[in-house]
Write a protein that binds this ligand. Structure first.
Ligand code: HEC
Ligand code: HEC
Length: 284
């Protein structure tokens, strides 16, 4: 590992790659949440992955301190946002005088398993993300305004819904009507972009496990999203994270909620097929 990037001059010069220099993470640690829920942080790679045998959760690359925050819901700062979402769940909004709770009377528990299969193909054959589903509910069922794609309300609600799948295996469909979207996402994942002329794969497939600046590179999995980041003390969505990575390589990011990021989201979710949903996770 590390070879590819070292061959990319701009990358090596610009980002000072320090392969294997600091061993601060415990890559062999086991994630057990609340002393009862064991999470599979490694799994056999799904058949479609040609260059990787084992898939790994981003959790294992974090420091012991950051890892610990995700091991107990009382310590996990993301639960502040889960609580915000529970308030929103019961809040009447829009012209129909309804809240989520008005119709979903069994509570968010109704959505157990949903996040493990998102994004998915909707009834019209389009790729839909959980964020889009929530906004469809707000607009069509409540007569309320859509929430901004990555802002607090939406990130909190998708965290609350994602929590219902915590502990379940990621299992997104990539065949049938999903296939063209998946192909597009795969293409984008391997396409070099930006001033540094590198692709997602150059970091997250060719170099996971190495240090880049002070950060320990993971496989860029999304099984923990939305995730609480210590860096910005808020919930971070997948598209927000993709945007950040594109900015870091000095590429013009695609649009949050746009076709490119949705396709990348499907492709990345499928790279995690077999890992466990960890939402809401904690990262640095
Ligand atoms: C220059 C190397 C680099 C490139 C290229 C890059 N990333 Fe990242 N990415 C990082 C670093 C560093 C982190 C933070 C540490 C980690 O989790 O790997 C990160 C984190 C992530 C995470 C969060 C993983 C987690 O478990 O929280 C995702 C998802 C991600 N990247 C997706 C992408 C996508 C999609 C692309 C291509 C558009 C991309 N990255 C390109 C360096 C890169
Ligand atoms: C007027 C009643 C009503 C309201 C209000 C409502 N929903 Fe729904 N929701 C439904 C019905 C009925 C379905 C299933 C059929 C469909 O998709 O239209 C559904 C489907 C969903 C789904 C997809 C479930 C799946 O397994 O595919 C999600 C997620 C969801 N709602 C979340 C919400 C959230 C979050 C809110 C509040 C922001 C909300 N809903 C408000 C009635 C409602």
């Amino acid at each position: 590992m590390g070879m590819y990037l070292l061959k990319t001059t701009a990358f090596a010069a610009g980002l000072a790659l320090m392969a294997g220099s600091v061993a601060q993470a415990d890559e062999g640690a086991t994630l057990v949440i609340n002393e009862e829920l064991t999470i599979a942080t490694t799994a056999k790679a799904p058949a479609h992955l040609e260059n990787i045998d084992e898939i790994t959760s981003g959790w294992i690359y974090r420091t012991k301190e950051t890892q610990a925050l995700q091991m107990d819901d009382f310590d996990n700062p993301a639960f502040v946002f889960v609580d915000i979402a529970l308030d929103l769940w019961n809040e009447v909004d829009g012209t129909e005088g309804k809240s989520c709770a008005s119709c979903h009377t069994d509570g968010p528990e109704e959505f157990a398993g949903l996040t493990a299969t998102m994004p998915r193909i909707d009834k019209d054959g389009n790729l839909e993300t959980l964020t889009e589903v929530v906004n469809r509910e707000r607009v069509e069922k409540m007569g309320a305004k859509p929430w901004k794609y990555s802002k607090t309300n939406m990130a909190s609600m998708t965290a609350l819904i994602g929590l219902q799948s915590r502990g379940m295996p990621v299992n997104v469909a990539i065949d049938g009507a999903a296939a063209p979207f998946w192909e597009r996402g795969k293409e984008l994942y391997y396409t070099r972009v930006g001033q540094l002329d590198i692709s997602c794969s150059n970091c997250h497939e060719d170099n996971y496990g190495v240090m880049i600046r002070a950060d320990h590179l993971s496989q860029g999995q999304i099984n923990g999203f939305p995730t609480y980041r210590l860096k910005n003390a808020k919930m971070n969505t997948t598209h927000g994270r993709f945007k950040g990575c594109m900015k870091n390589i000095r590429a013009v990011p695609y649009k949050e909620g746009g076709e490119e990021f949705k396709a990348i989201e499907l492709y990345l979710a499928s790279r995690g097929n077999g890992l466990t949903v960890e939402t809401p996770s904690v990262r640095n």
